[in-house]
Design a protein around this ligand. Structure first.
Ligand SMILES: *Cc1c(COP(=O)(O)O)cnc(C)c1O
Length: 408
């Protein structure tokens, strides 16, 4: 009882002090181990959220922690007036696994999007010296909360009250080629999309749609920007999701799992874009690419390879999809599954907040993507056994939901 009161006290204190921009779940987390989280009362949770697709390696990976500790002892920050070794090493590995040529490290996903927007506008400016270029983004997209990123986010709910946006953004329907084509004009400088839409409800781009965009961009010298902040870094079964589509973007944004918990993002570009866009003085950041963040990226990329993360996503992702498909067949209130690898969504006929709260009571952390979609973005080291435990907890929750429904 005392423990519980203390827990409540912390929550009340947090609500007094932290700006209330989130309706948080009533859990105070304290530590993590493997694929489990523990709250301050010692209650254990199986984690299918991974800090929103961040903690790909799970919690408490010793090599990862040691790499960070040793970098802390050496040097945490230098500013970008100087070079540092972790940034060079991380950039070498990141360009190799992505097929891109140049990297700019940021501190978050939204900042990576800001950089991508600036690079695209500058690229077009260099060609015709005009400042009225347009960007096509997708309906239902999510690119972050800063003003530029918000301006390309195709969900009015997030933009309302914050206008005016940056301007000259046109929204097209995801996977609707005709609609997209109708939005292209002489002024279009970039087409921006998530290879697999995350927050919007786990909608993968269709192969033909993305390939046609690539072709259009090539023909008209429009830049293709792929936001893989959520769907990249192995989550969909390839290092970056576009690799399964047989195409490359001109600009790539990444973050979330890139540092596995240390705040870091990046935008990357091919040589053509780098040569034609941002030059010395055009963009900057105080923290971005600092040795601590880059030591994290560097070690994460090593560990992905050593621990065969991609192979595990392919195997366990396929298993997760199969188990979720069974749920679609079994329960009348679940209508579909969508996703790739370990980025899956289950579509419900009703809001899923109740299911999520029940799951948390039973020791499973799971989140939504939109009101009626349950989102599965576990650590990428998850196994089939963890999937089975998760499914069985979910089914317990469903049984309770059904009992409650039948009562009324
Ligand atoms: C989370 C996310 C962002 C924003 O990243 P932040 O680090 O929260 O700024 C942008 N794009 C996508 C696809 C995301 O999932």
């Amino acid at each position: 009882m005392k423990q519980y009161q203390q827990h409540q006290q912390y929550i009340e204190e947090a609500e007094q002090l932290l700006l209330h921009t989130y309706n948080r779940y009533q859990i105070v987390l304290e530590r993590g181990e493997d694929v489990y989280l523990y709250d301050i009362n010692g209650k254990k949770y199986l984690d299918f959220c991974a800090g929103i697709a961040v903690f790909a390696l799970g919690y408490g990976n010793t090599e990862y922690k040691e790499a960070l500790k040793s970098q802390i002892d050496k040097l945490i920050h230098t500013s970008n007036y100087f070079y540092n070794l972790p940034a060079i090493s991380a950039a070498k590995k990141l360009t190799k696994v992505s097929g891109m040529d140049k990297v700019f490290f940021t501190n978050s996903g939204a900042e990576a999007i800001e950089g991508a927007i600036k690079a695209a506008r500058k690229y077009a400016f260099e060609k015709d010296k005009r400042e009225d270029h347009e960007i096509i983004a997708m309906e239902r997209s999510f690119h972050g909360r800063t003003m530029g990123a918000l301006s390309v986010t195709g969900n009015y709910k997030y933009r309302e009250a914050f206008g005016p946006m940056i301007g000259n953004i046109r929204f097209a329907l995801m996977n609707d080629w005709e609609d997209l084509e109708s939005k292209v004009t002489e002024r279009t400088c970039a087409i921006l999309l998530e290879t697999v839409q995350g927050e919007g409800g786990i909608y993968p781009a269709e192969k033909e749609f993305l390939q046609k965009i690539r072709q259009l961009c090539d023909e008209r010298d429009i830049l293709l920007i792929l936001d893989e902040i959520q769907c990249g870094m192995g989550r969909c079964g390839t290092m970056f999701a576009y690799q399964e589509y047989g195409i490359l973007p001109d600009i790539l944004t990444t973050a979330k799992a890139l540092g596995c918990g240390v705040p870091v993002g990046a935008f990357l570009m091919n040589q053509k874009t780098a040569e034609g866009s941002l030059k010395a003085g055009d963009h900057g950041t105080t923290y971005g690419g600092n040795p601590l963040a880059c030591a994290a990226v560097d070690k994460v990329l090593d560990l992905f390879e050593e621990n065969h993360i991609i192979e595990n996503v392919a195997k366990t992702g396929a298993y997760l999809a199969r188990r979720l498909d069974e749920l679609v067949d079994k329960y009348d209130f679940i209508t579909a599954r969508r996703g790739k690898g370990l980025m899956q969504g289950l579509v419900f006929e009703m809001p899923v907040r109740g299911v999520i709260e029940k799951a948390m009571e039973k020791g499973l952390i799971i989140i939504n993507a939109g009101e009626c979609i349950l989102r599965f973005v576990p650590p990428l080291v998850i196994t089939q056994e963890h999937v089975d435990v998760m499914i069985s907890i979910l089914e317990d929750c469903f049984r309770e939901c059904i009992a409650e429904r039948d009562q009324v």
